[in-house]
Design a binder for this molecule. Structure first.
Ligand code: NAD
Length: 438
């Protein structure tokens, strides 16, 4: 009889697992259970609809019908999985619209339940809108379109900064409140400061070290005594792995949250895989890491499907690489920052450079700030950060590739990178990092 696979969660990780499984096995019965109303939506694109840059329909990449037609997948929206019975090999749940219960048998299970927004214990915080799903977006957009112009965003991580950019572009008065000492926690403070300045320049009011004490119908109150007008409040204070279903099923879950998996993305039950924002992976130092980013979810979905179908596939330590646009700036990081390396008990060497994006004599060169964090004795690269204009993403990706491939810091000088005056320099900024490291 055909292999029965159930995938729980129909967004990045779950859908890449399901579609890859179909390519490898034409006969398997593949059922995708999604509690929300949409499968396969462009999670990362959500903030860009707030400014109208991306149309709402363009965020919906597939429907259950298109998945059925194109991949022969049985994708069921409004289906919430509530319990896994590992002995009986069944998933029990309920249809969210009708309340009707269901029980489905499986031979293999793939968990991709994602992460959920942290709601800090602040009085009135229920009023704040998270931005994780299409219904979240619809609610936030409706509020922004009908309420007054003052928006307060709580949390200056990637979601907060991208939301702030797009709400500002939509003409709103935006205040970005960050409890920590800087915006964008993956960056070290001196690079985050450049992002902070750009937000200021573009008219986003940023307050770091801001402790929200109360949210009322009209205002957000801070510990400092400040009281900010807030017609709409956005919740972007971080996310936690949605690991309750796995925990209830007796699968190994980290104390601090996150489903534990082996290199093949199997949970402590080898018939059950887990991928995406709900799991812990390992960083470049082989330490457990929570990396809720789309690249990993997509890659893990494919690896889990490959392994499930008997292919040799594994997902080992990976540097987290993230990037965001903040108005005219691009900012990103790969691997560990200086703070994280020091926290791991290591003493890194650090190089800062401030090159131009391309040959200075060719018009339009823009500034770029690079930081390389590495071990001087061995040349091992721990991580890198880039903030700047044109070409920032390219340098970051080259550095991510180098880091993942184990290229030594001094060997960055040896990378044969593309060059013509509109694009770079004969000694590319990445090569220059290598020369400085030598
Ligand atoms: P985050 O962890 O990146 O940022 C949350 C921020 O909120 C932190 O800076 C934290 O200090 C702050 N914060 C927490 N509690 C607060 C409080 N009470 N008041 C004020 N500030 C508070 O989380 P996120 O922005 O919600 O994003 C979730 C995940 O999705 C992250 O891992 C992020 O990297 C990822 N993501 C990435 C991208 C991208 O790569 N472009 C885009 C969106 C989201």
């Amino acid at each position: 009889s055909p292999l029965r696979v159930i995938v729980i969660g129909g967004v990045a990780g779950g859908m890449s697992a399901a579609t890859r499984l179909r390519r490898l096995n034409e006969t398997a019965l593949i059922t995708v259970l999604e509690r929300g109303p949409y499968v396969s939506f462009a999670n990362c694109g959500l903030p860009y609809h707030l400014s109208g840059t991306v149309g709402r329909d363009d965020l919906l990449l597939h429907t259950p019908d298109s998945l059925q037609a194109r991949f022969n997948l049985d994708a069921r929206v409004h289906h919430e999985a509530l319990q896994i019975d590992r002995a009986a090999r069944t998933v029990t749940g309920r249809q969210t619209l009708t309340g009707e219960p269901f029980t489905l048998p499986y031979d293999r299970l793939i968990l991709s339940p994602g992460a959920h927004a942290v709601r800090p214990p602040i009085p009135g915080i229920e009023r704040a809108f998270p931005l994780r799903t299409v219904p979240d977006l619809d609610r936030l957009k409706a509020a922004v379109d009908t309420a007054g112009p003052h928006v307060v965003v709580i949390g200056a991580g990637f979601i907060g900064v991208e939301a702030a950019e797009n709400l500002r572009a939509a003409g709103r008065h935006v205040t970005l409140l960050e409890a920590g000492p800087q915006v964008l926690p993956p960056l070290d403070p001196e690079l985050a400061a450049l992002v902070h300045q750009e937000l200021d320049r573009q008219g986003v009011h940023v307050a770091t070290g801001a402790a929200v004490t109360r949210v009322t119908d009209t205002h957000v109150h801070l510990h400092s005594g400040a009281c900010l007008p807030a017609d709409v409040v956005v919740l972007a204070a971080g996310v936690r792995p949605s690991d309750q279903l796995a925990r209830d099923a007796g699968l190994d879950v980290a104390t601090g949250g996150g489903i534990l998996v082996n290199d093949h993305l199997q949970t402590s039950d080898p018939l059950i895989y887990a991928v995406g924002d709900a799991i812990l992976t390992r960083d470049a130092l082989d330490q457990p890491a929570f990396v809720p980013l789309a690249w990993g979810a997509n890659r893990q979905g494919r690896v889990a499907a490959d392994h499930l179908m008997g292919r040799p596939a594994s997902y080992g330590p990976h540097p987290a690489t993230a990037i965001a646009r903040i108005f005219t700036l691009t900012a990103g990081s790969t691997g560990l920052n200086e703070r994280q390396v020091r926290a791991a008990g290591l003493t890194p060497t650090v190089i800062h450079t401030h090159p131009a994006s391309h040959a200075g004599y060719y018009p339009g060169a823009q500034g770029l700030h690079l930081k390389l964090v590495f071990d001087a004795a061995t040349g091992r690269i721990y991580g890198a950060q880039a903030v700047g204009g044109d070409g920032t993403d390219k340098r970051l990706d080259v550095l991510a590739t180098a880091l993942h491939a184990g290229v030594r810091a001094d060997d960055l000088a040896d990378l044969p990178l593309a060059y013509a005056p509109p694009y770079g320099s004969a000694k590319d900024p990445v090569n220059m990092l290598g020369y400085v490291a030598q």
